[in-house]
Design a protein around this ligand. Structure first.
Ligand SMILES: [Ca+2]
Ligand SMILES: [Ca+2]
Length: 97
C-alpha cells in the first residue's frame, strides 16, 4: 500500500545515477509532494524529501533545461489558471556527487 491521493507520479532522476529511476509523487489537492529514489531491493523507493509544494498543478513534466547535469528539471503547469513555471534542479543533491 502506498499513500492515497497522488494525482501525479513522475519519473525523474534526482540522484544523478545512471541507472535507477526516481519518483516525484504529488497531490494537487493538498500540494504535498514526496521525492524518492530507487533503491534495493528492485522496485523499492526510499523517500528523501516530503514537503508541501503549491497545490493545483495539473501537469508536472520532467525536462532538462540546464543541460549541465542529469538532475531532472521541471515544467509545472496549472490548466485552471494558465500559470506555468520552469524550475531547475540545483544539484544532484541526493546523490553521491
Ligand atoms: Ca536515479
Ligand atoms: Ca538538469
Amino acid at each position: 500500500m502506498a499513500a492515497k491521493g497522488w494525482t501525479a507520479i513522475v519519473p525523474l532522476n534526482i540522484d544523478c545515477d545512471s541507472g535507477r529511476t526516481d519518483l516525484l509523487s504529488y497531490n494537487a489537492a493538498t500540494g504535498r509532494a514526496i521525492a524518492s529514489v530507487g533503491a534495493d531491493p528492485y522496485g523499492e523507493q526510499k523517500i528523501v524529501k516530503d514537503y508541501m509544494a503549491a497545490p493545483g498543478w495539473t501537469s508536472l513534466v520532467p525536462i532538462n533545461v540546464d543541460g549541465h547535469d542529469a538532475a531532472t528539471d521541471f515544467l509545472s503547469y496549472a490548466s485552471g489558471t494558465g500559470r506555468a513555471i520552469v524550475s531547475v534542479a540545483e544539484s544532484c543533491a541526493f546523490g553521491p556527487h
